[in-house]
Unconditional design. Structure first.
Length: 95
């Protein structure tokens, strides 16, 4: 579990830095903040975890003022990703 938290912090580091540099401290509603978080995470190729505690921790790390409301909306809006097995192919020289 501890290893997973370290990996998550490393993977989300670039998004966190980008979001902190470009955050608009205006009166955005929770739905607007959710859309913002989802779009930025998607642009960085990240998916939100399914565990509510981890989502809550990520939102706190991003500086979210009301992580409870936003985490509920993110869990409802985020699409879970199903990974497909990959079959390795061997490249052969062809004439």
């Amino acid at each position: 579990m501890y290893f997973r938290l370290i990996i998550d912090r490393w993977r989300w580091r670039e998004m966190r830095e980008f979001y902190r540099r470009n955050r608009i401290d205006g009166a955005l509603s929770a739905a607007q903040r959710v859309n913002d978080y989802l779009a930025v995470a998607d642009a960085f190729g990240l998916t939100w975890p399914q565990n509510e505690r981890r989502v809550h921790a990520l939102l706190l790390d991003l500086g979210e003022s009301d992580p409870s409301a936003v985490s509920r909306s993110i869990r409802g809006s985020a699409v879970s990703v199903t990974l497909c097995p990959v079959i390795p192919l061997r490249a052969r020289a062809t004439d």
